[in-house]
Design a protein around this ligand. Structure first.
Ligand SMILES: [Mn+2]
Length: 341
């Protein structure tokens, strides 16, 4: 396999592609690649592409506004970052200029166990032991003797913080802290990154007032095991564009003693209803609750939706509460049985 560097050297216009669910790692690793390439090869051109605009909560990453939604016609190298599943590129590949991917080298940089089955050949730089795609970029830079500037180091650090929830997730190893130390030596500043993120996530005063209203309306059901809140259409209409209401209160709901599951039900104008659910550790049942409505998600974080006319609000609520009770009870029962064995 040719080196990462040789592909960059051979190209004039590099296209960096993100999946259609941009997250902190995909945006930050794209920016890291852009600055790494331009610092080391000032004559190259880099275009960052994502089918969706960068979500508001990620705009603390300086340079996010250079990510475009159209694939250019003249790139001669493509690098796909942080994309676990090809389906996450479905819409992107429908763009006319995506046909060029059949003609130019395509590199994949990732830390997921990819199930890659693209219609074109790819050269894969995948490191499953890396905590973020940004750290894959860092390792490639070091292996290829490329200079890592303060800006590049900052984006790499941001990618790591994003995929490890600020280095607090259980898979973080001592080596990851060593990488953070190296990046700090290169000029990245963990506190500055965090401040920028917090500054951007500040909300208007009326949203904080609404949060208080929502928290006041939380119902504690099933002997306090389920914290439940309802968001009617008028509030979706008024607040959702600025801040997604459940996100405003979910953390506080989860940080309440005795609460195992938190749930927010939204009722729409046309009768559609959705439920968003999260659990506290040890009570990962909401994937099962969603499955009762033929919807999916992760055990600890899931959602479901019912079409207009299927249920009244009261019916939907009582079904959700019933299924949550059943799932929590059977979890409780299997925990007891396991103890006896
Ligand atoms: Mn990632």
């Amino acid at each position: 396999m040719d080196s990462f560097k040789s592909y960059i050297e051979a190209a004039e216009h590099v296209l960096v592609i993100q999946a259609e669910n941009p997250d902190g790692d995909s945006v930050a690793s794209s920016l890291a690649l852009e600055s790494l390439i331009l610092d080391n090869f000032p004559k190259k051109k880099v275009t960052m592409f994502c089918n969706l605009p960068v979500p508001a909560h990620l705009r603390y990453l300086e340079g996010h506004d250079r990510v475009v939604q159209d694939i250019p016609h003249d790139f001669d190298l493509a690098i796909i970052v942080d994309c676990a599943e090809e389906v996450l590129l479905d819409k992107s590949f429908k763009q006319h200029n995506a046909q060029r991917l059949n003609k130019v080298p395509v590199l994949i940089l990732d830390h997921h166990n990819d199930n890659i089955n693209f219609k074109f050949d790819t050269v894969n730089f995948i490191d499953e032991s890396a905590v973020s795609t940004g750290s894959v970029v860092f390792n490639l830079a070091k292996d290829n003797n490329l200079e890592v500037s303060e800006d590049t180091a900052t984006f790499i650090m941001a990618s790591i913080l994003s995929d490890t929830m600020g280095l607090t997730l259980d898979f973080v190893r001592a080596d990851d802290f060593r990488v953070i130390a190296e990046l700090t030596d290169l000029g990245a500043n963990l506190s500055k990154i965090d401040q920028a993120r917090r500054e951007l996530n500040k909300r208007p005063q009326f949203i904080t007032k609404y949060k208080a209203e929502l928290l006041g309306r939380v119902e504690y059901l099933l002997d306090g095991r389920l914290a439940y809140v309802h968001i009617p259409w008028e509030e979706i209409e008024k607040y959702s564009g600025i801040y997604n209401p459940p996100i405003l209160v979910f953390e506080d709901m989860r940080l309440t003693e005795g609460v195992q599951v938190v749930m927010a039900v939204k009722t729409y104008k046309n009768g559609k209803m959705t439920a968003k659910m999260r659990t506290n550790p040890g009570y990962e049942v909401v994937g099962d609750v969603a499955a009762k409505f033929n919807c999916g998600g992760h055990p600890g974080s899931a959602g479901c939706k019912v079409e207009p006319g299927m249920y009244t609000y009261e019916e939907f609520k009582s079904e959700l509460v019933k299924y949550t009770r059943e799932c929590l009870d059977s979890l409780e029962k299997s925990k007891k049985e396991n103890k006896q064995i």
